[in-house]
Design a protein around this ligand. Structure first.
Ligand SMILES: [Zn+2]
Length: 82
C-alpha cells in the first residue's frame, strides 16, 4: 500500500485547466506553473478594476473610472504586473 503515502492532491489549474499537484512541490498551486498564476492574477486585477471601478475619492463611480483612465491611473496598475 505504498501508493497511499504518495497520494497527492490534484487540482485543476484555474488558468489552463491542466491537472496539477497541490502540494509543497508546487509553489504555484493551485496553478500548474508560474505563468498561469501570473496570467490569472493579472486578469483578475484588471477585471476588478474595470468592473468595480473602485472610487478613489467620493462616490461618483463612473466619473472616477473615466477620470482614472484619462489620468493614466490604470496604466500605473498595469505597469506593476508587467
Ligand atoms: Zn496552468
Amino acid at each position: 500500500m505504498q501508493y497511499l503515502k504518495k497520494m497527492a492532491i490534484q487540482v485543476k489549474c484555474p488558468q489552463c485547466g491542466k491537472m496539477t499537484e497541490y502540494s509543497d512541490k508546487n509553489p504555484w498551486r493551485p496553478f500548474c506553473c508560474e505563468r498561469c498564476k501570473i496570467i490569472d492574477l493579472g486578469a483578475w486585477a484588471n477585471e476588478d478594476y474595470v468592473i468595480h471601478g473602485r472610487p478613489i475619492e467620493g462616490d461618483d463611480d463612473l466619473d472616477i473610472s473615466k477620470d482614472s483612465l484619462a489620468k493614466g491611473k490604470i496604466h500605473t496598475k498595469k505597469s506593476i504586473e508587467h
